[in-house]
Design a protein around this ligand. Structure first.
Ligand SMILES: NC(=O)c1ccc[n+]([C@@H]2O[C@H](COP(=O)([O-])OP(=O)(O)OC[C@H]3O[C@@H](n4cnc5c(N)ncnc54)[C@H](OP(=O)(O)O)[C@@H]3O)[C@@H](O)[C@H]2O)c1
Length: 264
């Protein structure tokens, strides 16, 4: 199936985890793919796996000059940018928000919220204003509910959901803008939450009884990027195995062996 055939997709934060899975899925769907990440070595490894037709840019997604350079180069090479995935994010917190250095708070907002706007602006000016397109913002279930000691991250993702709606309102009908809100997905970023017993315990409390995999998110990104989602914009697709409807607390304690629920 080549539902993205002829489209050019740029995945910001595409060398690992969810972004890399999206790159694989978009390639399988027939898209031309470019990925962005900071570290050269994982970027080169990802490109080797995906194939040398993939364009790989080493850049910090929150750097204004780098964003303009990448988008301009991609549009010069490919003629247009049809699909932008704002996937790079950071969580710098290790405790309560009230004690967080504001410089760290600024850095979280800069990458998780400001950068998606910056990439969207560049994509719009360089291609989407003329040719249309799709923007996908990788939010989080943490943008809808609070995770302990992750207040800045959660606030940035909540704001990203509203940024998504605002851009959807502004950029239609030519450009659709949607968000994805994953629950706990097995990647390096979230390893502390799923490693060892944590993961098994968390999974056992979910309606779907397993942790999420990057591919679970990638398949939904493919759907939202494709014409199958042609009348969906400003929406948030939650992909969480049922965490939000039953965050470990609706399940019978007897069935669970009597323990109370944990969270990530
Ligand atoms: N994993 C989860 O449980 C989960 C749950 C909800 C939402 N999410 C969201 O899903 C997205 C991807 O997360 P993930 O778990 O797949 O993370 P990951 O495995 O750590 O991968 C992050 C990717 O983004 C790149 N990246 C990070 N900072 C960057 C920067 N400043 N500039 C450019 N690239 C950057 C990384 O490469 P470099 O480090 O080399 O730059 C890597 O390619 C994030 O937005 C995250 O908030 C994840």
């Amino acid at each position: 199936m080549s539902d993205l055939g002829g489209r050019t997709a740029l995945i910001v934060g595409g060398s690992a985890g969810i972004g890399l899975a999206i790159a694989r899925e978009f390639l399988a769907a027939g898209a031309r793919v470019a990925i962005v990440a900071r570290r050269e070595q994982p970027l080169a490894a990802a490109r080797q796996e995906l194939g040398t037709a993939v364009l790989a840019y080493a850049a910090d997604a929150s750097d204004d000059a780098a964003v303009a350079r990448v988008v301009d180069d991609l549009v010069r090479r490919c003629g247009r940018l049809d699909i932008l995935v704002n996937n790079a994010a950071v969580d710098l917190q290790a405790g309560p928000l009230i004690d967080m250095p504001v410089a760290d708070f600024d850095a979280v907002m800069r990458l998780n919220l400001r950068a998606p706007l910056l990439w969207s602006q560049c994509a719009w000016r360089a291609s989407m204003k003329q040719h249309g397109g799709v923007i996908l913002n990788m939010a989080s279930l943490g943008g809808m509910m609070l995770y302990p000691d992750m207040g800045a991250y959660c606030a940035s993702k909540a704001a990203l959901l509203h940024l998504t709606r605002a851009l959807a309102a502004e950029l239609g009908p030519g450009v659709r803008v949607n968000a994805i809100a994953p629950g706990l997905i097995r990647t390096d970023m979230s390893v502390a939450a799923w490693r060892g017993e944590h993961g098994a315990r968390f999974a056992s409390r979910l309606p779907l009884q397993r942790l999420g995999e990057p591919e679970d998110v990638a398949r939904s990104a493919r759907f939202l990027a494709s014409d199958a989602a042609a009348w969906i914009t400003g929406e948030t697709l939650t992909i969480d195995g049922g965490t939000a409807v039953q965050p470990g607390r609706g399940r019978s304690r007897q069935a669970d062996g009597g323990g109370s629920a944990g969270s990530t």
